[in-house]
Design a protein around this ligand. Structure first.
Ligand code: NAI
Length: 710
C-alpha cells in the first residue's frame, strides 16, 4: 500500500479536527459518495487517520444501503498518492504488518459492500491509492495528464500491502499484473484503459457524473483474471500459471542479481493468492510487507525516496530567493542542449534556443520533436500536450529572442574558450537579473566566468544524459555567486522535475569527481592485471548499471580522459596514460572506432591493444574488484563532504544514486558507510598499504561519527 507519498517531510502532522474521509448520503438517483480529502495534505497520502476515517465511511455506507457508491477525491487533480512514508519510520515489523492487515480489512469491507462501487480517479492513484480503487467494482478515470495509476511499491523495496498483489492479477490477468507490480510502472489514462486497470476514461469535467451513472446502472461484478483467454489461462489454469510465474522469477533474478528481495516477494504473494485463495494471499502479502519494510534494502530504498522528497525544500536551504522563471534560453542545441530544451518545454517553460548555424538548429529542433513524440507514445503525456510542448521551443543562429530569458543554459562544446565567448555574447543581450548556467561536466565555473562582466550570476547546472531519463541536476555554486542566482537554478531544476543537489565549484564538482576517481582506480587495476571483462562484470554483478570501462567507451575516451585528468590534477595524482594511448591509436569510444572494447554489430569483445599498451601485469590478480572500486567511490564521496564540496551526506547519496547509478539497494555511499563503517575503513587501510596512499580512508570515515542520525 505504500507508494511515493509526497508528504514524507511532515514528521508529526498537526492534528486537524476535520475528517480525512466523508460519507455523503445518497442523492435523488440513489448514489452515495465517499470523499477523500485529507485536510492537512496536498496529495491524500494514507495515514492512520485516513484509514480509520475510510473504515468509518465504508461502515456508514453499508448501513445507508444506497443503490450505488462513488469513491472520489475532494482535491483537484489528486486522487490518493499512496501511503504516508513517515508511517514506516521507527516502527516495528509487527506494527507494520498490523497496519497492512488493517488496511486490507478496510478494503475487504469495501469490496464486500452489497451495492455497486465506483472509483472516480481524477489524479495519481498510486500504491494504496490504486488499491482503494481496485477494491471497487469499477474504475473511471479522467482523461487528464494528472492521472497516473500504478502499484509502485517495489521501487521502495516493498510490495503492495493492501490487497494489490491479489486484486490486480484477478482484474487484469497474471502477466499484465506482474509486469505492473515488478516494474512499478505508472500508467497514463489511455494505457490504464488498454491494460484493463480502468474501465472508462472521460473528460475531467464529467468524471463525477460518469462515475455516478455507472454506480446507478451497472451490476456488481466478479473479476475473471484477464481480458483474453490466454491471460485468463495464465491466471487461473495451474500449469500455465506455474509457467508464467517461473518465467517472472527467472527474469527478476537476472535483473536484480538477487539484490532486491521485494519483486520476488511480490511474485510469491501473487502466486500464493492465486493457488490458495485471497485470504492466504493477503496473509502472505502482509507478512512479506512487514519483513521488507524493516529489511536493509527496503530501508535504504525508502530512505532514498524520503531524501528525494525532502530535497525539494532542503535544496533551497541556505540559498537566496529564487526568481520566477517563464522563459529559458539554451545555447548549443547538440546532444545535451536539445534534451535540456525539451525538458524545459515539457515543464511548461518557453524556450528560445541558439546554435551555430541553421543546420545545427534544425537538427536540434528535430531531436526535440522526436523526444517529445517518443514520450507521447510511451504515455508520458497526451498527443495534444506533445504538440504544445514542441510549440514552446523556437530557435535560431543568433541571440534574437534571448532578451526575455530568465535563465540561459549553455551546452556548447566542453572548451573553456568557447564557453567564455558564449558568455560574453550573452552578456550583451541578457537582462541584468537573468541567470546564466553552464552545463559543463568538469570545467570549474569560476574559470568559465573569469572574464565575465557579472560573474556572480553564472552558476553550473550539470545535467546527466540522457536528460529526459536522468532525474538529477548538480547545481554548482562558485564562491562569490549571487545567492539568488543559485536559488534560481535550484528552483529551475525542480521545475524541470529533477532533483537538484548543490555542490561546490571544484574540478569535477561532486559527481564527475567521484566517478572519475573510481574509473581511475579501474585503470590502475587493469595495469595490475585484472582483465577488462572481469572488472566490468564484477561491477554489474555487484549492482552497478554498467561497468566502468564500458562506461568510458560510451561516454567517449576523450571526454572521460579530460574529466579524469582534471580531477587527478586537482588531487596531485598522475592520470593513467592508457586513455591517451588508446585515443592516439584511434580508439575513441563505442561509436568512434572502439575503445576498451571492439564492437562488431551488437557483439563486443575486449580490445587486445589495451593489454599490449599496458605491458605485463604489475601485480598478481588482486582481491574483490567490486569492493575496491565501490570503496574508492565511497572514500572520494566522503572526501567531498570533508572538503565542503558537498553540503550534506543526503546530497551525496542522492547525487550518487540518481546521477551515477550507485547501487540503490545500498542507499548511497554515505548510508552504506554508516551501515558498514568498520569493515570499510579496515578494507581501505589494507588497500592503502598494498596499493598506495590514495586509497587511505578519509577523515570522516575514520571518525566513526555516523553521517546520518539513524
Ligand atoms: P554536442 O557536441 O552534442 O553539442 C554541442 C553543441 O553546441 C553543438 O550543437 C554545437 O554546434 C553547439 N555550439 C558549439 N559552439 C557554439 C556556439 N559558440 N554557439 C552556439 N552553439 C554552439 O555536445 P554535448 O554532448 O551536448 O555536450 C555539451 C556540453 O554538455 C559540454 O560542456 C559537455 O561537457 C556537457 N555535458 C555532456 C554530457 C554528455 O553526456 N554528453 C553530460 C553532461 C554534460
Amino acid at each position: 500500500m505504500i507508494a511515493s507519498s509526497l508528504s514524507a517531510e511532515r514528521v508529526a502532522p498537526v492534528a486537524d479536527p476535520r475528517p480525512s474521509v466523508t460519507f455523503i448520503p445518497a442523492d435523488a438517483a440513489g448514489v452515495a459518495r465517499i470523499v477523500i480529502d485529507r485536510p492537512d495534505d496536498r496529495v491524500n497520502a494514507i495515514d492512520l487517520r485516513l484509514m480509520q476515517d475510510l473504515a468509518a465511511a465504508i461502515a456508514a455506507s453499508r448501513d445507508a444501503r444506497p443503490r450505488g457508491l462513488v469513491i472520489a477525491s475532494g482535491k483537484a487533480d489528486q486522487f490518493v498518492a499512496g501511503a504516508d512514508l513517515s508511517l514506516l519510520r521507527g516502527t516495528s515489523q509487527a506494527d507494520i504488518e498490523k497496519a497492512s492487515r488493517s488496511m486490507q480489512r478496510v478494503l475487504d469491507d469495501l469490496a464486500a459492500l452489497p451495492f455497486v462501487t465506483v472509483a472516480a480517479i481524477n489524479g495519481p492513484a498510486l500504491g494504496g491509492g490504486l488499491e482503494i480503487a481496485l477494491a471497487c467494482d469499477y474504475r473511471i478515470a479522467a482523461d487528464s495528464p494528472n492521472v497516473r495509476v500504478g502499484l509502485t511499491e517495489t521501487r521502495l523495496g516493498l510490495i503492495p500491502a493492501a490487497g494489490g498483489t491479489q486484486r490486480l492479477p484477478r482484474l487484469i490477468g497474471l502477466p499484465r499484473a506482474l509486469d505492473m507490480i515488478l516494474t512499478a510502472r505508472q500508467l497514463a489514462p489511455k494505457r490504464a484503459l488498454r491494460a484493463g486497470v480502468v474501465d472508462e476514461i472521460v473528460h475531467p469535467a464529467v468524471l463525477l457524473r460518469a462515475a455516478t451513472d455507472h454506480a446507478m446502472r451497472d451490476a456488481k461484478r466478479r473479476s475473471k483474471g484477464g481480458a483474453t483467454a490466454i491471460e485468463r489461462a495464465a491466471t487461473n489454469f495451474a500449469p500455465a500459471r506455474a509457467f508464467a510465474l517461473r518465467q517472472a522469477r527467472s527474469r527478476t533474478l537476472a535483473e536484480t542479481k538477487g539484490r532486491y528481495p521485494a519483486p520476488l516477494a511480490a511474485i510469491d504473494a501473487v502466486a500464493i493468492g492465486l493457488a490458495k485463495g485471497i485470504a492466504a494471499g493477503l496473509d502472505a502479502e502482509a507478512r512479506a510487507f512487514g519483513e521488507l519494510a524493516v529489511g536493509e534494502t527496503g530501508r535504504s530504498l525508502t530512505a532514498l525516496v524520503m531524501l528525494t522528497l525532502r530535497q525539494r525544500k532542503a535544496a533551497l536551504e541556505g540559498l537566496g530567493k529564487p526568481r520566477a522563471i517563464a522563459n529559458v534560453g539554451v545555447v548549443g542545441l547538440g546532444f545535451m542542449g536539445s534534451g535540456i530544451a525539451q525538458a524545459a518545454a515539457s515543464s511548461g517553460l518557453r524556450v528560445r534556443a541558439r546554435d551555430r548555424d541553421a543546420a545545427a538548429v534544425a537538427k536540434g529542433l528535430s531531436t526535440i520533436r522526436e523526444l517529445t513524440t517518443d514520450a507521447a507514445k510511451k504515455g508520458v503525456f497526451e498527443r495534444r500536450e506533445a504538440a504544445r510542448i514542441v510549440g514552446r521551443v523556437s530557435g535560431g543562429s543568433d541571440l534574437a529572442g534571448f532578451r526575455g530569458a530568465d535563465l540561459v543554459i549553455e551546452a556548447v562544446f566542453e572548451e573553456i574558450a568557447t564557453k567564455r565567448r558564449v558568455i560574453a555574447e550573452l552578456e550583451q543581450v541578457l537582462r541584468p537579473e537573468a541567470v546564466i548556467a553552464s552545463n559543463t561536466s568538469a570545467l570549474p565555473i569560476s574559470e568559465i566566468a573569469r572574464e565575465a562582466r557579472s560573474p556572480e550570476r553564472i552558476v553550473g547546472m550539470h545535467f546527466f544524459s540522457p536528460v529526459h531519463k536522468m532525474p538529477l541536476i548538480e547545481v554548482v555554486r562558485p564562491a562569490g555567486a549571487d545567492a539568488d542566482a543559485v536559488a534560481t537554478a535550484v528552483a529551475a531544476a525542480t521545475l524541470l522535475g529533477k532533483t537538484p543537489i548543490v555542490v561546490g565549484d571544484g574540478p569535477g564538482f561532486y559527481t564527475t569527481r567521484v566517478l572519475s576517481t573510481m574509473i581511475g582506480e579501474a585503470f590502475a587495476m587493469l595495469a595490475e592485471g585484472d582483465s577488462i571483462e572481469a572488472i566490468d562484470r564484477a561491477m554489474t554483478s555487484f549492482g552497478w548499471p554498467v561497468g566502468p570501462l564500458q562506461l568510458v567507451d560510451e561516454v567517449g575516451l576523450e571526454v572521460a580522459g579530460h574529466a579524469g585528468e582534471t580531477v587527478s590534477k586537482a588531487r596531485g595524482l598522475t592520470a593513467p596514460s592508457i586513455v591517451n594511448a588508446l585515443v592516439a591509436e584511434g580508439f575513441k569510444g563505442k561509436h568512434k572506432g572502439g575503445g576498451f572494447y571492439r564492437y562488431d554489430g551488437r557483439r563486443r569483445m575486449p580490445n587486445p591493444r589495451v593489454r599490449e599498451l599496458l605491458g605485463a601485469p604489475t601485480h598478481p590478480a588482486a582481491g574483490d574488484i567490486a569492493e575496491r572500486l565501490t570503496l574508492t567511490f565511497v572514500n572520494e564521496a566522503a572526501r567531498c563532504l570533508d572538503e565542503g564540496v558537498l553540503r550534506s551526506p543526503a546530497e551525496g547519496d542522492l547525487g550518487a544514486v540518481l546521477g551515477l547509478g550507485f547501487p540503490p539497494f545500498l542507499g548511497g555511499p554515505f548510508r552504506y558507510a554508516d551501515a558498514e563503517r568498520q569493515r570499510i575503513v579496515t578494507a581501505l587501510e589494507r588497500l592503502a598499504a598494498s596499493r598506495g596512499d590514495r586509497l587511505a580512508p578519509t577523515e570522516s570515515l575514520r571518525s566513526r561519527r555516523p553521517f546520518f542520525s539513524l
